[in-house]
Design a protein around this ligand. Sequence first.
Ligand code: ADP
Ligand code: MG
Length: 209
Amino acid sequence: MAKETLSINETRDMMLAVADKIIESEPILSEADRALGDGDHGVGMERGMNAVKEALEGEDFACVGKVFMGVGMAMMSSMGGASGAVFGMLFRGGGKAIKGSETLGAAEVASFFKAGTDEVMTKGGAKAGDKTMVDALLPCAEGAAAAQGNVSEALAGAAAGAEAGKEASKAMIATMGRAKTLGEKSIGLPDAGAVSVSIIAATMRDFAA
Ligand code: ADP
Ligand code: MG
């Protein structure tokens, strides 16, 4: 059943479902980074999501923004590597934008992805087409904003955008991060961070469906 909004506890449980899904996806994420980077993305994400579980399980949060900020803090402090910093920016920046809200509705989903993506791009320096997770985040934020309606529709829009962006990253030549040295050899495979973003958004969609 489609939902109008998610409560604070439902938002926390959604992020716990994301953590389990990412941990389960470790082999896929490791493989994606092995092809274009140094192969540590899956293990880093697994470590980050175990820290997320520790930070979120059984905790009560004052607002939905603080749930996402807690995810960002846990990832930033546990993962190391480029993606720990970048996911920290996404979840902390996005969470801060919806601080104070006691429900997660379509407007909060759109604000979260927009502000989080802005933070990643401003602080991390990657732009569209560099073949990073930004190429999944930009269409994800656009998909959330275009969908509006209820939280289920907004998350469905976000997930569709992230999936399309991950697929589009296959055709891109890496100009940021470790894959940069591969040049045209990076064509044909998706960016590992974009694969993570697509799994995160799809799990959020499924939780609220
Ligand atoms: P590392 O590159 O330190 O080994 P990971 O393997 O965990 O870190 O993560 C690699 C992913 O991080 C890339 O696939 C890319 O999506 C993302 N990434 C790296 N640098 C940036 C950046 N400046 N902005 C956005 N995403 C980035
Ligand atoms: Mg790596």
